[in-house]
Design a protein around this ligand. Structure first.
Ligand code: GLN
Length: 192
């Protein structure tokens, strides 16, 4: 079975672990350096990107994780996870992994009370539509030429992929049946 680490320092990692089970993978909660060994892929959940970034630094995970991602470990970052993957965080110099060629604006869709659900059309094979759940979501304000956009909302990319680096500004782990986790697993299986 495919072993997928879920960065479990903070945020909604438990929902991702459940989604991975639904998609047929074995989730492994990753908190320490040793937990990153022997993984086929990694998921970085939503939560608070500043806190997660500081914890990555404090636990000595930031640089080793960067190395693993640069070496080609597949990764899916959602919401705060997307922020941590982004090369550029508008107006901020917070700790990040910086592997995905996008710029993001944090909390661009409003505060917690402005959270919303909406139907998103996608170009993910077999997933024509998905419910997008946006919670203090980041907006992708720039995507580099190597970044493929698979869903838009209001003209901005909300689901992107650059090789085996995947990002969503919304919360696909909260959708029954975990179609985007399936897509992530199928893609890394077929392209590795
Ligand atoms: N606003 C959060 C941040 O900037 C992300 C919100 C989320 O992950 N649901 O880190």
């Amino acid at each position: 079975m495919v072993k997928v680490g879920v960065l479990a320092l903070q945020g909604d990692y438990a929902a991702h672990a459940q989604a991975l089970v639904a998609a047929g993978a074995e989730p492994v909660e990753a908190r320490r350096l040793g937990d990153l060994e022997g993984l086929d892929a990694l998921v970085i959940p939503g939560g608070e990107s500043t806190v997660m970034g500081l914890l990555l630094q404090r636990f000595g995970l930031l640089e080793p994780l960067k190395d693993k991602l640069r070496a080609g470990m597949p990764v899916f970052g959602t919401c705060a996870g997307l922020i941590l993957l982004a090369k550029e965080i508008e107006g901020r110099d917070q700790p990040r992994l910086g592997i995905l060629d996008v710029a993001v604006r944090r909390n661009a869709y409003g505060t917690q009370i402005d959270s919303f659900r909406t139907r998103l059309g996608t170009s993910v094979p077999g997933v024509p539509e998905i419910e997008g759940i946006f919670i203090r979501a980041p907006r992708i304000i720039r995507a580099g030429p190597g970044v493929e956009t698979l869903a838009f909302h209001g003209g901005f990319p909300v689901l992107v992929r650059q090789g085996l680096v995947f990002g969503a500004s919304f919360h696909p782990e909260l959708v029954p049946g975990a179609p985007l986790h399936r897509w992530f697993l199928e893609t890394i299986h077929s392209e590795r």
